[in-house]
Design a protein around this ligand. Structure first.
Ligand SMILES: *Cc1c(COP(=O)(O)O)cnc(C)c1O
Length: 430
């Protein structure tokens, strides 16, 4: 479906034809799409599905019926819930089952993995970039400070040349000019939607004697990864974005098996070897695999929806989801070129499909007020300062005709200056 952009239709009929030819169009029926809404925000919070709901209902029923026995007798048992969900996630990131576990939040996983890897390699300096999601920098700076290292010196940020993307060459230049121990980059930049070259960056990091870690919050569930093949050292991600596991759902992490002997920086009993955890020894014997980076008891009710949501992902297949996602973003970019550029819009996302995640950044100087109008029209998007409307056509539940109507709304709002009726951004909470 993702042929040359010029071959794509620009009329509503054409959009309907694309929907009719879409092998995943029926997936949408498994989701609760809010009434009357065109939901383009699945990269912030994925939608509920009947599958996720059923898995949660089952966990609640087992809590009622089995109470504490649920830890061993529930189906699936709660004691190994994080490991089991890790096994189910492993194929989505190209990992062995032992290398993936579900636990904690993404921010907490950044803390424990950055801390663990700094200790394991006796490292002092972490390379990030100036377009990162802020929590990553907060967590890494805190881990550096706890080791007596000043973040002003030891947290080095690659400067983006164009304010939208981070090139592999820019990462290479930073590695040439700084003595870096860990390169920690996003797979997909949260604002522009650029997909970074995971394999190339991991190779560069290793060539410079550094480890390579990735924050895959904006890609797992929509972009397949090959973390083992790409020799990635470690990675973290959320379950509530493209994976559709619900608000604050428990997160995932990957640690390559060559680091299974690293000591968890934030140790806790849930990372203990499962076979002897309940002997309650004061000496910590960590699990022999990625399970050691769990910390406390798995929040079963925040993990259960992921179990159901993963049924949807696996039924569709991650390769098919990626193919549809690229067809949707190709189409969106094509329509933006045809219908939006004369109204002051620009596409801020790379046009090369290999460099694009699941969403498209539509830039406009009036992005804030345009987002407000869209909201009133039932189009749910994110505004990201200063000038980005993030449009995420999730392949799980968004079709081509919906994309077409959103572009027509964007055109109408700018062409007819509908946004003029709205207040400017106040500078406070947006
Ligand atoms: C969404 C997101 C997070 C969120 O972290 P939480 O701990 O779940 O709040 C972290 N990093 C990136 C890059 C994100 O996009």
């Amino acid at each position: 479906m993702s042929g040359p952009l010029d071959d794509l239709p620009t009329d509503r009929e054409g959009a309907r034809d694309l929907d009719a030819a879409d092998p995943l169009s029926e997936l949408r029926e498994r989701f609760y799409v809010p009434d009357g809404e065109r939901y383009m925000d699945g990269n912030s919070l994925g939608l509920a599905s009947t599958d996720a709901e059923a898995a949660l209902d089952r966990a609640v029923a087992q809590w009622k019926e089995q109470a504490i026995r649920g830890w061993t007798d529930a189906e699936p048992d709660w004691f190994h819930y994080g490991e089991r969900l890790g096994d189910r996630l492993a194929p989505l990131v190209g990992a062995k089952e032992s290398e993936v576990v579900v636990g904690n939040s993404t921010t907490v996983n950044i803390h424990t993995l950055i801390g663990s890897m700094l200790d394991a390699c006796d490292g002092e300096t972490v390379l990030v970039n100036d377009l990162d999601f802020p929590t990553d920098h907060y967590a890494i700076a805190a881990q550096l400070r706890q080791r007596g290292l000043d973040p002003d010196e030891h947290l080095v940020a690659v400067e983006s040349g164009d304010g939208r993307t981070v090139t592999t060459d820019e990462v290479a230049a930073a590695l040439e000019s700084h003595d870096v121990d860990i390169v920690f980059m996003p797979t997909v930049l949260y604002r522009s939607g650029q997909l970074l070259d995971v394999e190339g960056i991991a190779e560069l990091a290793h060539d410079h004697g550094a480890l390579a870690g990735f924050d895959a919050a904006h890609s797992v569930g929509v972009v397949p990864h090959e973390f083992d093949e790409n020799e990635v050292d470690f990675a973290v991600w959320c379950s509530y974005k493209y994976l559709n596991a619900g608000p604050g759902a428990v997160a995932g992490l990957y640690v390559n098996e060559r680091h299974f002997d690293a000591d968890p920086a934030l140790a806790g009993w849930w990372g203990h070897d499962k076979a002897t955890q309940f002997e309650m020894a004061h000496e910590f014997t960590p699990a022999e695999d990625a399970g050691r980076w769990q910390i406390g008891t798995i929040p079963v009710l925040s993990a259960a929806p992921l179990d159901g949501a993963l049924d949807v992902t696996h039924d569709a297949g991650i390769e098919a989801l990626r193919e549809k996602s690229l067809a949707l973003t190709d189409y969106l970019i094509h329509l933006a070129d045809e219908r939006l550029t004369d109204c002051g819009y620009e596409v801020g996302t790379p046009r090369d499909p290999d460099r694009r995640g699941g969403h498209v950044a539509i830039e406009h100087p009036e992005a804030y007020r345009i987002s407000q109008v869209l909201k009133d029209r039932g189009v749910v998007v994110d505004y990201r300062p200063p000038n980005v409307v993030r449009v995420a056509p999730s392949p799980y539940y968004v079709g081509f005709e919906t994309v077409w109507t959103v572009v027509e709304d964007l055109r109408d709002i700018a062409e007819n200056e509908v946004f003029e009726r709205y207040e400017r951004e106040s500078g406070g909470v947006t």
